[in-house]
Design a protein around this ligand. Structure first.
Ligand SMILES: [Zn+2]
Length: 90
Protein backbone atom coordinates (compact mmCIF):
# COMPACT_ATOMS: atom_id res chain seq x y z
CA UNK A 1 0.00 0.00 0.00
CA UNK A 2 1.31 3.43 -0.79
CA UNK A 3 0.08 6.82 0.40
CA UNK A 4 -0.13 9.77 -1.88
CA UNK A 5 1.45 12.88 -0.32
CA UNK A 6 1.27 15.35 -3.20
CA UNK A 7 0.28 15.56 -6.84
CA UNK A 8 3.49 13.76 -7.78
CA UNK A 9 4.83 11.97 -4.70
CA UNK A 10 3.85 8.90 -2.74
CA UNK A 11 5.20 7.06 0.28
CA UNK A 12 5.84 3.49 -0.81
CA UNK A 13 5.67 0.16 1.04
CA UNK A 14 9.20 0.63 2.34
CA UNK A 15 8.33 3.97 3.93
CA UNK A 16 10.23 5.94 1.33
CA UNK A 17 9.10 9.03 -0.51
CA UNK A 18 8.88 8.07 -4.15
CA UNK A 19 7.95 9.47 -7.55
CA UNK A 20 4.35 8.60 -8.31
CA UNK A 21 5.05 8.20 -12.02
CA UNK A 22 7.93 5.71 -11.93
CA UNK A 23 8.40 4.70 -8.29
CA UNK A 24 11.92 6.08 -8.00
CA UNK A 25 12.69 6.46 -4.26
CA UNK A 26 13.92 9.83 -3.02
CA UNK A 27 14.56 9.01 0.62
CA UNK A 28 12.84 8.02 3.84
CA UNK A 29 9.47 9.47 4.73
CA UNK A 30 9.78 12.30 7.23
CA UNK A 31 13.08 13.52 5.75
CA UNK A 32 13.63 16.27 3.20
CA UNK A 33 13.63 14.73 -0.27
CA UNK A 34 14.64 17.64 -2.51
CA UNK A 35 18.37 16.89 -2.35
CA UNK A 36 17.64 13.59 -4.07
CA UNK A 37 15.81 15.29 -6.95
CA UNK A 38 17.25 16.87 -10.07
CA UNK A 39 17.27 20.64 -9.61
CA UNK A 40 16.70 23.22 -12.32
CA UNK A 41 17.15 26.90 -11.49
CA UNK A 42 15.77 29.67 -13.66
CA UNK A 43 15.72 33.40 -12.93
CA UNK A 44 12.12 34.28 -12.22
CA UNK A 45 12.64 37.52 -14.09
CA UNK A 46 11.29 36.95 -17.54
CA UNK A 47 9.96 33.51 -16.69
CA UNK A 48 6.48 34.69 -15.90
CA UNK A 49 6.20 38.03 -17.66
CA UNK A 50 5.78 41.58 -16.55
CA UNK A 51 4.37 41.09 -13.03
CA UNK A 52 7.70 39.59 -11.95
CA UNK A 53 10.00 41.93 -13.83
CA UNK A 54 11.38 43.45 -10.63
CA UNK A 55 12.31 40.11 -9.17
CA UNK A 56 15.90 40.19 -10.43
CA UNK A 57 17.34 38.07 -7.63
CA UNK A 58 14.57 35.54 -7.44
CA UNK A 59 15.04 32.07 -8.84
CA UNK A 60 12.42 29.60 -9.84
CA UNK A 61 13.62 26.21 -8.63
CA UNK A 62 12.11 23.12 -10.16
CA UNK A 63 12.66 19.68 -8.73
CA UNK A 64 12.49 16.78 -11.17
CA UNK A 65 12.49 13.05 -10.69
CA UNK A 66 16.05 11.90 -11.55
CA UNK A 67 14.62 8.75 -13.12
CA UNK A 68 11.68 9.85 -15.29
CA UNK A 69 12.01 13.69 -15.23
CA UNK A 70 8.51 14.26 -13.88
CA UNK A 71 8.25 17.68 -12.26
CA UNK A 72 7.85 16.93 -8.55
CA UNK A 73 7.76 20.39 -7.02
CA UNK A 74 8.74 23.98 -7.63
CA UNK A 75 9.46 26.98 -5.47
CA UNK A 76 10.64 30.54 -5.85
CA UNK A 77 13.57 31.59 -3.68
CA UNK A 78 16.65 33.74 -3.48
CA UNK A 79 19.89 32.07 -4.56
CA UNK A 80 21.17 31.77 -0.99
CA UNK A 81 17.92 30.50 0.48
CA UNK A 82 17.83 26.89 1.62
CA UNK A 83 15.34 24.57 -0.01
CA UNK A 84 11.81 24.90 1.26
CA UNK A 85 11.53 21.45 2.72
CA UNK A 86 8.10 20.05 3.19
CA UNK A 87 8.46 17.26 5.69
CA UNK A 88 5.49 14.97 5.59
CA UNK A 89 4.57 12.73 8.49
CA UNK A 90 1.96 10.08 7.94
ZN1 LIG B 1 9.94 9.28 -11.66
Amino acid sequence: MSARISASLVVNDSGEIACMSCGHALGPSGQPWKNAATLSKTPLQGAAGEPYSNAANVLLRKFYCPSCATLLDSESALEEDPFLNDVVHI
